[in-house]
Design a binder for this molecule. Structure first.
Ligand code: ADP
Ligand code: MG
Length: 344
């Protein structure tokens, strides 16, 4: 944190908006008009428009005791872009609305916007508007993301077919274990403020919580391979919850193989420190922001060499239920334990 503190009141609302948005450089031809008027104007030139919004509330979705504001800004954008990619679309614009108490200074909000702009640059999206308000207590953030897709090429959750392969990107469960570490250190700090936090060696799982990425690369890979997933969604509430969504909405069942669920070595070790099962973290954790999708078996050869994509099961008739085959050879029904890591 910088030493100086500028009160928001010294700039006023319009001064603050101008301060936070003065360096915007438009990156997309589809952004016809950005910040500065009553509304933004977007022209997707014959494409279809995809839109998604999220609300993040201090104390419910994030804890500023261990979330740096720059990371929070970055993550607020990324979680929205993840929803756009999950539709097989390309994000192009965002709006950001914030409410904050007088606890926040101009410097603090600037730090938050540094994270927002870092995400905008990385993913090639334009910040085209928002709203600014004071709040009685705490920090409230709402981000809306807009994207484009070739007409009819968006991918829904309800269109998986029997026999399709069930696939996911990256690795799962690490953000949840990262949250456990940060919550543990927070409790220790609250009881013994002189104790230094002990997060040595846990940078992978903590990074997965505080600085998630959206899987732009996977959507681009699938496109380059001429694969249109038969259904897709992002994994924000834990694998089991999302698998149930695809099955219920597609009116199918599935078989999932525990041994195929991608788990990072760092996460496995970290989970053992808490004496919890890494598979349970992947199934019921949250905040992974990986993609879950189904595709035709005939596309298998095209993805087999991509280490960022795991085939974790296949789709069956609804009557066969939603099942997991454990490493021990048992078969269990998958239940809805999907759990948003930040919901208290
Ligand atoms: P209005 O009175 O129509 O709500 P504002 O004065 O709130 O307009 O906003 C002026 C311009 O600044 C608009 O283009 C708006 O989208 C943009 N804006 C307002 N707040 C933010 C923010 N927190 N981040 C980015 N842009 C913002
Ligand atoms: Mg306004």
């Amino acid at each position: 944190m910088s030493e100086s503190r500028t009160e928001i009141s010294s700039l006023g609302e319009f001064g603050l908006i101008e301060h936070l948005t003065r360096n915007i450089e438009i990156q997309n031809a589809s952004t016809i008009l950005g910040v500065g008027d009553d509304a933004a104007v977007i022209d997707h030139f014959g494409k279809q428009t995809v839109i998604s919004t999220d609300l993040l509330i201090e104390g419910i979705h994030f804890d500023l005791m261990y979330t740096p504001l720059k990371h929070l800004g970055y993550k607020s954008v990324v979680v929205n872009l993840s929803d756009i990619y999950a539709m097989n679309a390309t994000p192009t614009q965002i709006t950001v609305s914030i409410g904050f108490s007088n606890r926040f200074s101009v410097e603090a909000l600037s730090e938050f916007y540094e994270g927002i702009y870092a995400a905008c640059e990385k993913y090639g999206v334009d910040l085209v508007g928002g709203d600014t308000s004071s709040s009685q207590k705490g920090f409230v953030i709402s981000v809306t993301a807009v994207g484009e897709v070739t007409p009819g090429k968006y991918v829904r959750r309800n269109t998986a077919k029997k026999g399709d392969l069930l696939c996911c990107s990256g690795d799962l469960g690490a953000a949840y274990v990262g949250l456990l570490f940060l919550e543990r250190e927070k409790q220790i700090y609250l009881e013994h403020p002189q104790v230094q936090p002990d997060l040595e060696g846990e940078s992978y799982v903590i990074g997965r919580l505080l600085k998630p990425e959206a899987r732009k690369d996977i959507v681009e890979f699938l496109e380059a391979q001429n694969i249109v997933p038969t259904s897709m969604m992002d994994i924000s509430d834990g694998l089991s919850s999302e698998v149930l969504h695809i099955c219920e909405q597609s009116e199918l069942g599935c078989v999932l193989y525990e041994e195929k669920i991608p788990i990072a070595e760092e996460m496995r070790k970290a989970a053992f420190k808490f004496e919890i099962d890494p598979t349970a973290c992947a199934l019921s954790g949250g905040e992974d922001y990986e993609l879950l999708f189904t595709m035709s078996q005939s596309d298998y050869e095209k993805i087999v060499l991509n280490e960022q994509i795991s085939v974790i099961g296949y789709m069956t008739d609804a009557a066969e239920g939603v099942k997991i085959n454990t490493k021990g050879g048992q078969v269990h029904p998958i239940t809805a334990q999907g759990w948003n890591a930040f919901k208290k």
